[in-house]
Design a protein. Structure first.
Length: 116
């Protein structure tokens, strides 16, 4: 992980680089590699932080992650602690963040990973 962090330190300090550096500081190499692969796919999604699930109660606003291509239904996060319900077997088996959570939560969050 030292070489990963050193490599990230040499790159321009963008929001994405800082997010990956934070993840690299906490995770082991296999988990970081998986997080990085999900992180690279986040450009295929966007977050709607003003999503209304039920039009009868428009004051109930939550975050929804939509895909930019395809007809995939949005992934809805009712609060900061809610998890994604996507059927990604790697996310479920390893208790890590999927691409929907990375987009919806704004990046790396240590609380969404199983302690190693």
């Amino acid at each position: 992980m030292k070489s990963v962090i050193t490599n990230l330190e040499q790159q321009p300090q963008t929001y994405d680089t800082k997010d990956l550096m934070e993840a690299a500081g906490d995770l082991n190499l296999p988990t970081y590699t998986q997080y990085q692969s999900y992180h690279e796919r986040k450009s295929n999604y966007y977050a709607d932080h003003e999503h209304v699930v039920d039009q009868a109660f428009p004051q109930n606003v939550c975050t929804a992650v939509h895909g930019k291509v395809g007809d995939e239904p949005p992934r809805v996060f009712l609060n900061k602690a809610s998890r994604c319900g996507c059927p990604d077997p790697d996310r479920v088996a390893n208790e890590c963040m999927c691409v929907h959570e990375i987009v919806g939560k704004g990046g790396y969050n240590r609380n969404f990973f199983l302690p190693r």
